[in-house]
Design a protein around this ligand. Sequence first.
Ligand code: SF4
Length: 331
Amino acid sequence: MTDLGLPGIPSRRNLVMEDGLAFATHGHHFTAEPGVDVRELARRAVAPLSVIVQVTKRCDFDCSFCSEVIQLPDPTPQQLETMRDNLKGTRRIFLSGGEPLMRRDFGEIVDMFADEDFVLAVPTNATHGLQHAKRIAGKIAFANIGLEGPRGVTNRVRGDYDKVMPGVRALQDEGIPISLSAVVYRSTLAALPFTVQIADVLNAGKVKLIMPLRKGNALNLAEHEFITDDEASEAFGRLTELRSTYQWSPALRLTTWTPENEGHMIVVEPTGKANAWPVYDSKDLFEPIGNVLEEPIQEIWKRYRFKENHYRKYLGASIRTIGHGGGGSAA
Ligand code: SF4
């Protein structure tokens, strides 16, 4: 605690892993030692760097870009235990949704996964932050808050800014590091500097900019809301300049949907079904690769055909990055 009774800024702590890999807690990203051959690292790996586990599909928002609109029953605690056991060897688990904090037993789920050697992160809209912050503090590396910047923009494309912000403050009051994720439309480009300014005021470790994927609610988006890769690159360049001019501290990350990023994520649905995501010509952009209720992730990893994309993305080699070591690191 500082003299003013405010939570101190979390130190930039590195969790060192084998193979020249580290995870920087404050920057919320993986790094590799300089000169490491990412392709070789991916080839030798026996498990993923990062897996997204959907602990529920329920959500209290209905974002205009949401891909996860099909409902499935929540996995039971016993099923989550089996998934956890079968995910051993994975470096980081995103306890995700839907909106994961909708689960009343979310604190117990965090305890269950924290017992193992995972780095834990929680993507959330933060509206239930107050209910869970105390219980999960110190157990997760960071919470990644979805926010499209100022109230008018967040309310239009996501949910309710005034429900998000108290939750963000509750998480921060407990010392939980945060990052922000913003989905980028053509009509939200002008708001991006405000988003980074908000992130700076909140002392967020990074701002992740993501393009919408054509699935779920995003199938109803107007065509002009999808920007091209070149436009995204230009917007990122402008933000990078502004970041320097205004000395904003959050790192910036931009992921676009190019062949190099295809299938780089592994998403586990509430049924245990593991999918490569996004696979551009697959139904629902999911390519099924196994089920973590039935077999260990190491077996699933063997037949996962996007290993290199996975490693390249999470080590920042296939996305635009600035800050916290620039191109050698990423979330
Ligand atoms: S994008 Fe996230 S916060 Fe928005 S409706 Fe979907 S699950 Fe909920």
